[in-house]
Design a protein around this ligand. Structure first.
Ligand SMILES: Nc1nc2c(ncn2[C@@H]2O[C@H](COP(=O)(O)OP(=O)(O)O)[C@@H](OP(=O)(O)OP(=O)(O)O)[C@H]2O)c(=O)[nH]1
Ligand SMILES: [Mn+2]
Length: 185
């Protein structure tokens, strides 16, 4: 979205935050404090701007919206109508098909990582960094240590397909993998 003026950028970003906040309004994170879910997409967007120095507005919009279709009643048509075809395509790329069995979804994330667009790779990297930091802070309710370990190991495989995209975010992810994964692959 090259050529957008600052006030237009502010307006589209606020529109995304508002849309995501309404869509996620009844959702909480899985941590013992039951943090409001909206903290996650806002935090993913913050990782991109502050830690990754990303300034692509459509990528920041996609980060704010990235879990609306996967986790709420939002449709891709709605995203496209509100935010345009480019933002919708990015959200499409980072959305798991929840109709598939969980093991298949997890396998497809590893497979799709390397063939994603640069913008989708950025959103995925920031999503993983946020979730892994969350995991180091507190285990989601009901997650045994083995399940936590499996998530760290699986996330490393997904991130391996996303490399060469943003050095600062990848370096932060590698620090976590060094602490948490037995095998650096
Ligand atoms: N670490 C952590 N994750 C939480 C918490 N609350 C909700 N989540 C979400 O849970 C998802 C990971 O849980 P899983 O059981 O592996 O996956 P699932 O919800 O898709 O079935 C992540 O989804 P996602 O964002 O779509 O990412 P991903 O699973 O594609 O990596 C993450 O955002 C929490 O308190 N801590
Ligand atoms: Mn997410």
């Amino acid at each position: 979205m090259a050529g957008l003026k600052l006030d237009d950028v502010l307006a589209v970003i606020i529109k995304c935050i508002n849309f995501a906040a309404i869509k996620h309004k009844n959702q909480r994170r899985k941590d013992p404090e039951k943090t409001p879910y909206i903290n996650h997409p806002i935090g993913v967007a913050r990782i991109l701007t502050e830690e990754g120095n990303v300034r692509d507005v459509e990528v920041i919009q996609a980060a704010l919206l990235h879990d609306t279709v996967e986790d709420t009643d939002t449709s891709f048509d709605e995203i496209e109508a509100e935010f345009g075809v480019n933002v919708c395509q990015l959200v499409r790329e980072v959305t798991d098909d929840k109709h598939l069995p969980k093991a298949e979804r997890k396998r497809l994330q590893i497979e799709h990582a390397a063939v994603s667009s640069p913008g989708a790779k950025l959103v995925k990297l920031a999503d993983k960094l946020y979730n892994l930091r969350d995991l180091e802070r507190a285990s989601p309710e009901g997650w045994a240590p083995e399940r936590v370990q499996e998530y760290f190991d699986w996330a490393q495989k997904v991130v391996n397909g996303l490399r060469g995209t943003n050095k600062d975010i990848e370096d932060s992810l590698d620090e976590i993998f060094k602490r948490q994964c037995q095998l650096i692959v």
